[in-house]
Ligand binder design. Structure first.
Ligand code: GDP
Ligand code: IMO
Ligand code: MG
Length: 430
């Protein structure tokens, strides 16, 4: 398999982890390059469910090396909990997991800042974050106050930086957000003393490791988190996450050059969902939306919140193809549409009376976008047992064909018809 990056083309939860798990078989290294434990990545193998937040989804496949890259913000406690859970379930991480020494740490005061900042925002302004401290951790990184995994090597230095940041966070929560800051500095430092003992053996110069692995011909799979429209530059700002989620970020977030990556697989849910606030042109507040939510079991993998649901929006996905350089699509959750008589696809937007097939980069314009739909006939049967693409009913094949046409005729690598690893059809391999 060529080196590939996997990205979400919508607002996250497209089924990235399922596709990553499927492609792990053909890869050697699986690398997370941005985001943090705001991600919730679900893999189901023979009915056994795994939900990853920080550990790359490839870890369940024997012998695969998994890397948490420099671009990820890492809640070390969460990372160790995930390792413990895996080991309880008989999956041994041993020396297969590495953490970049350059990755910034998400510390308890970042979570306090995340929730105080959200509480302090007025109606209509709340982002609806996952509360995992992601924004404040990236803010510290960019303002050059962050603490990196490598800083744990020198305990005294770590404590000095921690105390300064802790005091600053306390002032921010209490004085700017009028919130309560009830964290105990000494308790956290005590906890981090033991976290440090367990974490340090994982901490490596992962950029160099990836370079040598690539030179030796190992296959690299870059695991994106969130989705294109949660990207801090290209998404529905300010209702976005705090990292770049597009494919280009795989280079900066893992420390590789752009020519290292041969393919970009865009994961496309065959309808649309969003958790948290922000514009959503094709959102449905009717029976069809309820059906997608119920049949698709659309609850957030990290927070358990109900996901907002709507029709497939080709205007958005076309923009995602442009921004990421997508070379293959992986179409997921086609089975969720089984019961529908009719299925709508948004082909254009009407904005201020003007018809357009291009996504507006300005969020205010997007808020005024009225979706223009075409309607396809549903297949009204269960496709979740189909093993070959050609076994799909004509209406399902027509739906996939139309989606592809509206997406610059990009080839489909995979069509997924159920949550289990086995419910995956390879259509046009690399
Ligand atoms: P990710 O964040 O992109 O990895 O996606 P999540 O794991 O947060 O959410 C996707 C959800 O859909 C998970 O519960 C998956 O088990 C499930 N899923 C993935 N592909 C399919 C599919 O083709 N059909 C159905 N019914 N569920 C799927
Ligand atoms: P995966 O990798 C869906 C959303 C949050 C919120 C916004 C900002 O599972 O696809 P943050 O906590 O990042 O500051 O929240 O981004 N969000 C996600 N939505 N899937 C995710 O990850 C998400 N990660 C963050 O709901 O709207
Ligand atoms: Mg998810």
């Amino acid at each position: 398999m060529p080196n590939a990056v996997i990205v979400g083309t919508q607002w996250g939860d497209e089924g990235k982890a399922k596709v990553i798990d499927y492609l792990t078989d053909k890869s050697d290294l699986i690398i997370r390059f941005q985001g943090g434990s705001n991600a919730g990545h679900t893999v189901i193998v023979d009915g056994r469910k795994f939900v990853f937040h920080l550990v790359p989804s490839g870890i369940i496949s024997e012998g695969k090396i998994c890397i948490v890259g420099n671009g990820v913000v890492v809640d070390a406690k969460q990372l160790l909990n995930e390792i413990d859970e895996l080991e309880k379930g008989g999956i041994f991480v041993d020396n297969r997991l590495m953490l970049s020494d350059l990755a910034h740490l998400v510390l308890p005061y970042h979570k306090a800042l995340d929730s105080a900042t959200e509480s302090n925002k007025g109606d209509g302004k709340k982002i609806g974050t996952t509360g995992r401290g992601i924004g404040p951790a990236y803010a510290d990184k960019v303002s050059r106050n962050g603490i990196r995994a490598g800083d744990l090597l020198d305990w005294d230095l770590f404590c000095t930086k921690f105390k300064a940041n802790f005091a600053a966070a306390k002032r921010h929560v209490e004085l700017i957000c009028n919130g309560q800051f009830d964290l105990d500095e000494n308790l956290i430092l005590d906890e981090y003393k033991s976290i440090r003992e367990r974490l340090l053996p994982l901490v490596k110069d992962t950029c160099h490791y990836i370079f040598e692995a690539n030179r030796a011909g190992k296959k690299l799979l870059f695991e994106g988190a969130q989705g294109t429209f949660l990207d801090v530059d290209h998404g529905t700002y300010p209702f976005v996450t705090s990292s770049n989620t597009v494919a280009g970020c795989a280079c900066t977030g893992a420390g590789v050059g752009p020519l290292t990556i041969d393919h970009c697989v865009g994961i496309v849910k065959t309808y649309t969902t969003r958790v948290g606030n922000g514009p959503f042109p094709t959102e449905l507040n009717d029976a069809a939306g309820e059906l997608l939510q119920r049949v698709g079991k659309e609850f957030g993998s990290t927070t358990g919140r109900t996901r907002r649901c709507g029709w497939f929006d080709s205007v958005m996905v076309r923009k995602a193809i442009q921004l990421n350089g997508i070379t293959r699509l992986a179409l997921t959750k086609l089975d969720v549409l089984n019961e529908l008589d009719e299925i709508k696809i948004c082909t254009h937007y009407k904005i201020d009376g003007q018809l357009t097939d291009q996504y507006p980069s300005c969020t205010h314009k997007l808020e005024r976008a009225v979706p223009v739909y075409e309607t396809l006939t549903g297949w009204k049967c269960d496709i979740s047992g189909c093993k070959e693409f050609s076994q799909l009913p004509k209406e399902a094949l027509d739906y996939v064909k139309r989606l592809r046409e509206l997406c610059y005729d990009t080839e489909a690598l995979i069509v997924s018809v159920g949550p289990d690893r086995a419910q995956t059809m390879e259509v046009e391999p690399f």
